[in-house]
Design a protein around this ligand. Sequence first.
Ligand SMILES: [Ca+2]
Ligand SMILES: [Ca+2]
Ligand SMILES: [Ca+2]
Length: 193
Amino acid sequence: MRVAKSTWVAALGAAVVLLLPAPVQSAGVEVPFELARLIERSPQRAVESLGRTMAQISSDGTVSEMTIRRREMVEESMLRARTLAKLLALDLDNDGQIIDIEVTATFEASDTRDRREILVITTSADQDHNGIITFEEMRLQAAESLNDKRRNQSRYNDAYQILALDLDGNGEVTMREMVEAVERFSAKCSCVE
Ligand SMILES: [Ca+2]
Ligand SMILES: [Ca+2]
Ligand SMILES: [Ca+2]
């Protein structure tokens, strides 16, 4: 299901027009604190930033819990695959496990930066410290690298906050809905810009 980018570009254009005269809407919109601050700082920039996030999640910019989670899972699996690929590259004889000789051989053939990475990843992957990294340990290491990444990641938290802008409560937020929600909220809070 591919929808042209022009859909949300048009919505953004409409947003800018809508936001300038800031028509007063009576219906209140409850938004999470962080999102409220973003809108209060600049409704127009909030629309642009939220629009970008929404467009990254789905081609037509309509987001729901499912589309966000799906996007998140795709990214997570790519991160896991990257770590797993680094470990699999050390399995020189392709028997599904990494032993000392394989690490040493790769280590000697690598430059300083890669050597550091090899040391870090192999030390951390060999969870039972028996000198052998099994495939199960590689899989666990890949999952763990995701946790590190996740701690620093706020992008999807932002995306989930957008769900608060579901004005008609149908479980998804369209670009137009987001624009209208920002407009209503900014009218209510009499934000400056
Ligand atoms: Ca091996
Ligand atoms: Ca081990
Ligand atoms: Ca909706």
